[in-house]
Design a protein around this ligand. Sequence first.
Ligand code: NAP
Length: 248
Amino acid sequence: MISIITGATGDIGEEFVKRLLDETDQIWAVGRSDAKLSSLKERYGDKIIPVKVDLSDKDELFGFCRKIEEEKPLIRYLVNNAGVAKLGPVSEFTLEEISDLLDINDKAATLISRAALPFMGKGAYILNVASASAFQPNPYIALYSASKAYLLSFTRSLNVENKEINCTAVCPGWVDTKMLPKSNNGKEIKYPGMVPASKVVDCALKDTRKGKDVSVCSFYYSYLRFLSKITPHSLVMKMWVGMLKPYL
Ligand SMILES: NC(=O)c1ccc[n+]([C@@H]2O[C@H](COP(=O)([O-])OP(=O)(O)OC[C@H]3O[C@@H](n4cnc5c(N)ncnc54)[C@H](OP(=O)(O)O)[C@@H]3O)[C@@H](O)[C@H]2O)c1
């Protein structure tokens, strides 16, 4: 029985590696850097099977999906965790940056889920790492936020379609990882309610085992999720842009 973790070389990904090591015979650790994958194997041992895939490359992504279909592994956990983010107005993104972001954050998670489903038995888990930014539109991280809203919607539907598999969208707020820049335009960035990656992963695994289709991980962000349901989104966006203003 195996686990597949994309973005295994990142901070949240490595926490999933640590937690799932004792639960499966192998972890297919998906990443794009040979050096980081080798370091992961050195630190966690022979259960780590490094799989080098650049998820923004169509041929490499399809190649990985075909590997799953050909090898037919029994999959206990699929964690679609790889993701990229960039702050700024859509008008400042290049076409390549937009295409890569959508491919990594959405297309890869969708195709890998599809390829893995036939090999996931009763009681298996799919965890798609989305974000609390999926709960409302967020100007200046518009693409990231919209890509995570897709992932949230996709995962919840997948959970209904596949009764024997638990599918959970993991939606943390700010997490203390290298994805978050420490400063912008010379100003130190403050991240309200930031939590460590270990807490996100503990909470995600507890929630998916309870059968929850969304994992939020902190009271602060559960409360914001509730607020975003009952407040007009035009107002929520205004508050968000106000909060970002010092850094733009
Ligand atoms: N940090 C936060 O505040 C926060 C909040 C909510 C949700 N999230 C989500 O959590 C997930 C993990 O992020 P993190 O915070 O742990 O950041 P991270 O440490 O930067 O991890 C991102 C991972 O994605 C991988 N990746 C990026 N582009 C890739 C590509 N083209 N092909 C294959 N892998 C690629 C990275 O590989 P390399 O190691 O080679 O770069 C890395 O392993 C992401 O989906 C992110 O959106 C993060």
